[in-house]
Design a binder for this molecule. Structure first.
Ligand SMILES: C[S@@+](CC[C@H](N)C(=O)[O-])C[C@H]1O[C@@H](n2cnc3c(N)ncnc32)[C@H](O)[C@@H]1O
Length: 274
């Protein structure tokens, strides 16, 4: 299968932040550390949403989701023949783009907690030889330590019960020097536009859900965004998880933030004399 891309355009306008500690960007004082909805309920919600997820997503993001995912793929810095894990893969779109980037001699593993999401991803992209699918939890990935050149999570982090633990687990499975990339909804700037955007999202998601007969499940999506850390806080959380060189960019007027961090080179300890 070949995935066709529009010409390589960088999303703009956007801003890049090096996310230095103590940045004076506005902080969100009421930010949560994790999602309070239990994992089995989250999985059940996404099982329900799976059949309509792609259509609703395209409508809700005005088709920008594809462009955001391509930015995430570029941010991995992956080369042909390398490997990646896409966590909370949903219907597999980002995983398929990663698979195309690493080519047939590379390897991509896509993991999700929802069996129906995995089923749909497998039926859409099962013919990409370099792409495999696994049912699994982002907080306890079913893979070994340091096995991948990069890890990605797109619109998945805010569903986890502990965001920092999510970053720690992503970092665990990436080799030293490899990147962890997180794409997530954010609070657009300026604040007034941000409030309008969030108020619209709060109404639009359940309305579209109702249109596709998934009203109850789609009420969860805006709820999961309430109290989610702003981009600076998320960068701090990445840093606390052990990632270095953390930076982020706001895409599409800040509707989405793209965070990137690097797994540090392991410190070599001197072997005992003798
Ligand atoms: C909003 S969808 C995003 C899907 C996809 N990454 C995309 O870009 O469209 C969130 C996904 O996260 C998955 N998810 C939620 N909690 C998870 C967990 N603890 N571990 C793994 N996947 C999880 C859901 O099943 C769902 O497929």
């Amino acid at each position: 299968m070949t995935i066709t891309h529009p010409p390589e355009i960088d999303d703009s306008p956007e801003t890049r932040h090096d996310a230095t500690p103590g940045s004076d960007d506005e902080m969100d004082p009421g930010a949560r550390q994790g999602n309070s909805v239990p994992e089995d309920e989250v999985a059940a919600i996404f099982d329900e949403i799976a059949p309509v997820y792609d259509r609703v997503n395209t409508l809700m993001t005005l088709g920008l989701d594809g462009r955001w995912r391509r930015s995430a793929v570029r941010a991995t810095g992956l080369a042909s023949g390398e490997s990646a894990i896409d966590v909370a893969c949903g219907t597999g779109k980002l995983a398929a783009e990663l698979a195309e980037r690493v080519g047939p001699f590379g390897r991509v593993v896509a993991v999700d907690i929802s069996p129906r999401m995995i089923e749909r991803a497998r039926s859409a992209y099962g013919d990409l030889v370099q792409l495999g699918f696994e049912l699994g939890n982002a907080l306890a990935l079913p893979v070994g330590t340091g096995k991948f050149d990069a890890a990605t999570i797109a619109f998945g982090l805010r569903n986890l019960s502990d965001f920092e633990a999510g970053f720690r687990e992503l970092a665990r499975v990436v080799r030293p020097g490899g990147r962890v990339v997180c794409l997530e909804l954010s609070m657009p700037r300026p604040m007034l536009w941000g409030r309008i955007y969030h108020a619209t999202f709060r109404r639009l998601a359940p309305a579209l859900g109702t249109l596709f007969r998934q009203g109850a499940a789609y009420r969860y999506l805006p709820e999961s965004l309430e109290g989610f850390p702003d981009a600076d806080r998320l960068a701090e959380s990445m840093r606390r998880s052990g990632l270095v060189g953390v930076s982020y960019r706001r895409l599409s007027l800040g509707a989405v933030a793209l965070h990137v961090g690097t797994v540090p080179q392991t410190v070599r300890t001197a072997s005992p004399a003798g």
